[in-house]
Ligand binder design. Structure first.
Ligand code: 5GP
Length: 185
């Protein structure tokens, strides 16, 4: 499917269908459920953290399918402006999360490009809170040379090194509502 964008003439080419995305998210949720079932309880839930805004659709599907006691938390990081390329600098824009000391933490992010964002954020969480464990789930991992050693614990798809939009991911604030993953043609 090709969508022509009226505003700036970008063309979006479908890359991964909604059905394939949802199936993959079920697989990731099953793996997380299985890995944490002996650890998570109502008195010691899994502390999930959604990285806004790109991970919102992935996160909302994922937590519905994780069959464990969990709580929900949201943070905003910035690494990209309105450009196709990473600025290379990551900063924490807002954070409203409880004390994670001794907790099992699952960070949920949309995609890994250079790896800088998640490398920064996992180190920040580990240093600030001393959690029992920190795992990371990402929907997409770009096939490219990484700038860090960071590796996700769970990921959905490897994708080509192209600019991705849809299923939560934007270009200049647009396309987050596409129910599929596409690339800018
Ligand atoms: P990294 O720090 O791994 O280079 O970049 C990660 C962040 O940059 C992701 O969370 C995502 O928000 C943004 N990003 C990287 N590549 C893309 C892309 O192709 N499309 C969109 N929409 N965002 C991207």
């Amino acid at each position: 499917m090709m969508i022509s964008d009226n505003y700036n003439d970008l063309k979006i080419q479908e890359y991964i269908s909604n059905k394939d995305i949802l199936n993959k998210i079920s697989d990731i949720a099953d793996a997380i459920t299985s890995d944490f079932k002996s650890l998570a309880s109502n008195t010691n839930p899994l502390y999930t953290i959604c990285v806004l805004k790109g991970a919102v659709l992935f996160y909302s599907e994922l937590i519905q399918k994780i069959n464990l006691p969990l709580n929900t938390n949201f943070i905003t990081l910035s690494s990209y402006g309105n450009n196709f390329k990473s600025s290379g600098k990551v900063s924490l824009v807002s954070e409203n999360i409880p004390d994670l000391n001794g907790k099992n933490v699952l960070i949920v992010e949309d995609l890994i490009d250079t790896g800088l964002t998640l490398d920064y954020f996992t180190k920040y969480i580990k240093e600030k809170y001393s959690p029992a464990s920190v795992k990371v789930a990402v929907l997409l991992n770009k096939k490219r040379e990484k700038n860090t050693e960071f590796k996700p614990d769970y990921f959905g798809f490897e994708v080509d090194d192209r600019f991705i939009v849809g299923f939560g991911m934007d270009y200049k604030g647009l396309y987050r509502n596409l129910d599929y993953i596409g690339y800018v043609d």
